[in-house]
Design a protein around this ligand. Structure first.
Ligand code: HSE
Length: 291
């Protein structure tokens, strides 16, 4: 039985707009069962998600392999939809990996990353979902340059997942068309030093910079009022690494394992309506197994 497992991701990693991301410990799992006359997909996502060849994962797969033999599939996922945790990137990669395996296309990771980035528009979710860990990636419109960022297993990402969705298109529409030159220099300096800090294990410095985005969070803050509330409480407790996960609305705080319970207690009085979930770093990325 073929099984494709893809992790959740948190894009931007604070100041790395459209170019940094990290894989987290929630997963979409696709199990391939028998071949059949038509695609038959068993999933728990409700009637809005197609159970036949119109399912997005099959549509993606057929872009790579139009004559793919239909199969029975089972799909499960604990990555929430439209919450800034990479659910659509996980679906894209699952579809591409499905085509690669069933049609025996022999695509390597770079080829899969390029196709996934073309579909997603930017690589900051799909690159860490494919490779695991944290990744820096840049898409110039024809190819994707990428490199891993060293990120230790000891870190946790405490996520606040609101009960409401924010569409990436709406969150991108909130962004400014232009940016002041000096602010752009500062914003990219923060992002550059963040990556170097992780890679040289200067973790305190890295976590401080995670919370210092200058590219997108201010323009999106009105869409996610909890961002400011959580950041303030985290700062009061000495945790600097609060950021908007992807386009939101999930608010992430990257912190040492030992700080999770303290921040959870600090946030309790807010009585936030969503879920608080402590996630670990997934260091594996997409996996394909057979048994
Ligand atoms: N970098 C993207 C954004 C991630 O912030 O809009 C969401 O797809």
């Amino acid at each position: 039985m073929l099984k494709i497992k893809v992790p959740a991701t948190s894009a931007n990693l604070g100041p790395g707009f459209d170019s940094l991301g990290v894989a987290l410990s929630r997963y979409l799992t696709l199990t391939v069962l028998d071949a059949s006359d038509d695609w038959q997909i068993d999933h728990p996502f409700g009637t809005d998600v197609p159970t036949d060849g119109d399912n997005y994962i099959i549509k993606v797969a057929k872009q790579l392999a139009p004559n793919l033999t239909p199969h029975q599939l089972h799909i499960s996922s604990d990555i929430p939809f439209a919450r800034g945790l990479g659910s659509s990137s996980a679906a894209i990669l699952a579809g591409l990996a499905l085509a690669n395996e069933l049609a025996d296309l022999g695509l390597n990771d770079d080829q899969i990353l390029l196709k996934a980035t073309e579909l997603e528009g930017h690589p900051d979710n799909v690159a860490p979902a494919l490779f695991g860990g944290a990744v820096a990636a840049y898409y110039d419109g024809s190819q994707v340059a990428h490199a891993p960022i060293t990120i230790p297993d000891s870190l946790r990402v405490l996520t606040y997942i609101p009960p409401y969705a924010v569409k990436t298109a709406d969150a991108r529409a909130a962004l400014p068309q232009e940016m002041d030159f000096k602010q752009a220099v500062k914003a990219s300096a923060i992002s550059n030093v963040l990556v170097a800090s992780f890679n040289s294990n200067k973790l305190d410095q890295a976590l401080t910079l995670v919370g210092q985005d200058q590219f997108h969070e201010a323009a999106r803050a009105h869409l996610v009022p909890e961002l400011g509330q959580i950041r303030q409480i985290a700062h009061d407790l000495g945790f600097q690494g609060t950021y908007l996960s992807g386009a939101g609305p999930t608010v992430a705080t990257m912190l040492p394992e030992g700080g999770v319970a303290q921040l959870e207690s600090g946030l309790a009085p807010l009585k936030l309506p969503g879920e608080l979930v402590a996630l670990t770093i997934d260091q594996w990325g997409l996996t394909v197994t057979t048994d």
